[in-house]
Design a protein around this ligand. Structure first.
Ligand code: RIB
Length: 342
């Protein structure tokens, strides 16, 4: 024990350092870093246990700020999402955290609550904390790029259908995904398909509305009723109530997110109508909720894990001076029961 530092002797010597932990555990300081930072190199479980034990016994608390100064990097990324209570964004955040950890970065998450002023504040806040980059899923369909430019920090736009020149962006072809869902409802014989369209603060048109309209036009069908409400469960509930009350009541509804579809299912059940017998439903996102609703939702899945990896890689690339890119990923239709399939 002579060469090791005991908690008692440490008290007289000042803060415990990484070197102390390394000496106590009998490993190099690099190995201590890998354990503390969760990478970038893997550590054998037995070695990790020794290091964790040393950390506990010595009461070591890594000093992230000092480390950031030394490396010129906080090894932290910031993620801003519009609404973390939307299962799509919880899934996305989890995938981003995993992808960031793979590359040795920790993640700081902030939620804008659908509020543009809060989104701007969140970005400034993250930049002030010297994160190495920001991943932004904006509350706007066309994000406010000025705040990112002013913050002068590498960034990637998520949930982004359109190219924003000069910026890295990642998204899916929303119109193509919506077409797939509506064409599937048409294949069940529906000729009056309504749309529960999610809204955001800017009021821009989202590709899902375009895809719904194109699928109907191509099939020679008239547009069914459209209602606009937020991308929330209550938004979907209200949309359902209004669509069911319309003079020209649809026999099928496309909801632009799973979360809206959950609210919509409740409105249809409350109206005493059967799904899919009297009202067929299809939605968008492919979140876990879609699988466990009743009936399970036919939904267009967004490839969240692949997009998260691409986004983190783009961010790291941006900090190395790589040219910005706009990348669009394909969606996939998950056929379950809400559409009328067995
Ligand atoms: O921002 C709301 C919606 O847009 C999410 O539910 C997801 O569909 C995203 O693309």
């Amino acid at each position: 024990m002579d060469s090791m530092t005991s908690p008692a002797t440490q008290a007289t010597r000042g803060p415990v350092t990484r070197k102390d932990v390394a000496r106590y555990a009998g490993v190099s300081t690099a190995v201590v870093s890998y354990v503390v930072n969760g990478g970038p190199k893997k550590v054998a479980p037995a070695t990790e246990a020794k290091v964790q034990d040393a950390i506990r016994v010595l009461g070591y608390r890594p000093n992230a700020a000092a480390r950031a100064l030394k490396l010129g990097s906080s090894e932290t990324l910031g993620l801003v999402v519009p609404d973390i209570s939307n299962p799509f964004f919880s899934l996305f955040s989890h995938a981003v955290e995993d992808a960031a950890a793979e590359l040795g970065y920790a993640l700081v998450l902030s939620n804008s609550d659908g509020n543009l002023a809060k989104e701007r504040r969140n970005i400034r806040n993250l930049a002030a904390r010297q994160v190495d980059g920001v991943l932004l899923a904006s509350v706007l369909f066309e994000p406010d790029l000025e705040v990112l430019e002013t913050a002068d920090i590498p960034s990637v736009l998520l949930n982004q259908e359109r190219d924003a020149p000069g910026f890295n962006s990642i998204g899916v072809d929303l119109a193509a995904g919506a077409r797939m869902a509506v064409e599937h409802l048409i294949s069940h014989g529906h000729t009056n398909i309504g749309l529960a369209m999610g809204t955001n603060v800017s009021g821009n048109t989202d590709g899902r509305e375009v895809g719904w309209r194109e699928a109907l036009q191509d099939a020679g069908l008239p547009e069914g009723p459209i209602v606009y409400h937020p991308f929330t469960r209550p938004g979907g509930y209200l949309a359902g109530q209004r669509l069911l009350a319309s003079v020209n009541r649809p026999t099928a509804i496309f909801a632009t997110s799973d979360m809206q579809a959950i609210g919509l299912l409740r409105a249809v059940h409350e109206a005493g109508l059967s799904i899919p017998g009297e009202i067929a439903v299809a939605s968008f996102d492919g979140s876990a909720e879609s699988e466990y609703s009743w009936p399970p939702l036919t939904t267009v899945e967004q490839p969240v894990a692949v997009m998260a990896e691409a986004a983190v890689a783009a961010l790291v690339g941006a900090s190395r001076g790589e040219k910005p890119q706009h990348r669009i990923f394909p969606t996939k239709l998950h056929i379950r029961q809400s559409c009328g399939c067995p």
